[in-house]
Design a protein around this ligand. Structure first.
Ligand code: ATP
Ligand code: I3P
Length: 377
């Protein structure tokens, strides 16, 4: 087997030869022969090998099971054609030339590279248990992206094959989604983590609004108009938000005068469509909170609430815009076993975010009432 310390990413390095030629065989015999083949893959942790469960060279795909995990392996060419960098990623590790990050395809799937340490296996274990755990109520499942297993595909950094977690692409059905990623909790570290990791997290938690507000806005992208396009604040700017700043940024999220760096106050013209109503963002956050008040299965450290909506249908007076204001949970690399204890860290942060959103909504409703009053006299 080949070992290549220069290239630490997984790649197929060998396949055992066919035990007999497949040409001219019946398809079931051909399949049997192909299945008997073994494959070796070079990972960051060294080479691993295992039997190929099925191999369909003609359609360009084969499945392999390694380390108890099932991977579909696609060859280079079809991947390059169908996978691309996400247009609407707002936080986390982003793919660009030479950098490993998520990819999307044109059928609504999001491929998150499996991190090669405990973060990767932890996130995969979480998604796997989520899909089978009967304790998760159905009305709560909709807050998690659908999980489609794992696939080995070409990594975004050009290093070759790499296992990815395959998820529902949460924004594929939106044309110009406005998105924000809010990392929940007043601490992003968990007690069992290494001292170095805790120190790193604490530093960031102190620097950002994590400790003071119980959440930090990790990323945001707001659609302004066809002419102005998107407003995407700098990460550095988002990391230094005071309580007032956080409120202002959340107001901008639901405003039409978005890139208002000219001191203009955000108009909050989408606030009731997006935050309010029986199926708006506030109602969804409250539904999640109800679950967090009782669930003791998981502790969601460093996990984010993603809020997404589309402006255009709201403008057109089409209620589908507001219906499509959704809350999702993402990033489960640091989820821990809840051991029968309420996740106070996440619950506290979620309550704080809910407070901000309710306040913005209430202020706006007050404004409408007083405007109405002024108009009527
Ligand atoms: N299923 C999904 N569909 C669409 N976009 C997603 C999905 N999951 C994540 N994203 C996008 O990718 C961003 C980062 O996601 P995530 O936090 O899972 O990545 P990460 O690299 O682990 O982040 P971090 O660096 O904070 O650990 C999110 O803010 C969101 O914009
Ligand atoms: O804990 P991990 O798994 O090591 O991942 C880090 C963690 O998600 C931090 O919250 C994130 O900072 P932000 O919340 O500010 O995005 C950081 O990004 P960074 O490496 O860009 O600082 C990640 O590396």
């Amino acid at each position: 087997m080949v070992s290549d310390p220069q290239n630490s990413h997984p790649k197929v390095v060998s396949e055992t030869p066919l035990s007999e030629p497949v040409k001219g065989k019946t398809s079931s015999r051909k399949r049997e022969v192909l299945l008997s083949r073994k494959i070796s893959i070079l990972t960051r942790d060294g080479p691993v090998s295992g039997p190929i469960e099925s191999l369909h060279r003609t359609v360009g795909m084969h499945m392999a099971t390694m380390h108890g995990l099932k991977f579909s392996i696609f060859p280079q060419e079809p991947d390059r054609k169908m996978l691309k960098f996400p247009d609407h990623q707002v936080a986390g590790h982003c793919a660009h030339d030479g950098v490993l990050g998520p990819l999307v395809d044109d059928s609504g799937r999001f491929y998150k590279p499996l991190q090669n340490d405990s973060r990767g296996s932890n996130e995969l274990a979480f998604y796997t248990s989520l899909s089978t755990d009967a304790r998760i109520p159905d009305h709560i499942r909709k807050y998690f992206p659908t999980f489609y297993g794992t696939k080995v595909i070409n990594a975004s950094d050009g290093s070759g094959l790499h296992p990815h977690i395959v998820l529902e692409d949460l924004v594929s059905s939106y044309e110009n989604p406005s998105i924000t990623d809010v990392k929940i909790g007043s601490r992003t570290w968990y007690p069992e983590a290494s001292e170095d990791y805790i120190r790193k997290c604490l530093q960031k938690d102190r620097k950002t609004s994590t400790i003071s507000l119980g959440f930090r806005i990790s990323g945001m992208k707001i659609f302004g108009s066809k002419d102005s396009g998107f407003w995407k604040p700098e990460r550095k700017f988002l990391q230094n938000l005071s309580s007032e700043d956080a409120k202002l940024v959340l107001k901008k999220f639901v405003s039409s005068n978005v890139p208002a760096d000219n001191g203009e106050q955000p108009d909050c013209s989408f606030v009731s469509d997006v935050f309010g109503g029986s199926s708006g963002i506030l109602a969804q956050l409250l539904e999640l909170k109800q679950w967090f008040e009782v669930q003791t299965i998981f502790h969601f450290y460093s996990c984010s609430v993603l809020m997404v909506y589309e402006k255009v249908p709201v403008v057109k007076g089409d209620s589908s815009g507001a219906d499509r204001a959704v809350v999702k949970l993402v990033d489960f690399a640091h989820v821990q076993d809840g051991k029968g204890v309420i996740d106070h860290n996440f619950l506290g942060g979620l309550c704080s975010l809910i407070r901000f959103i309710s306040d913005i909504l209430a202020t706006q409703e007050d404004k409408c009432i007083s405007n109405g009053f002024l108009l009527s006299i």
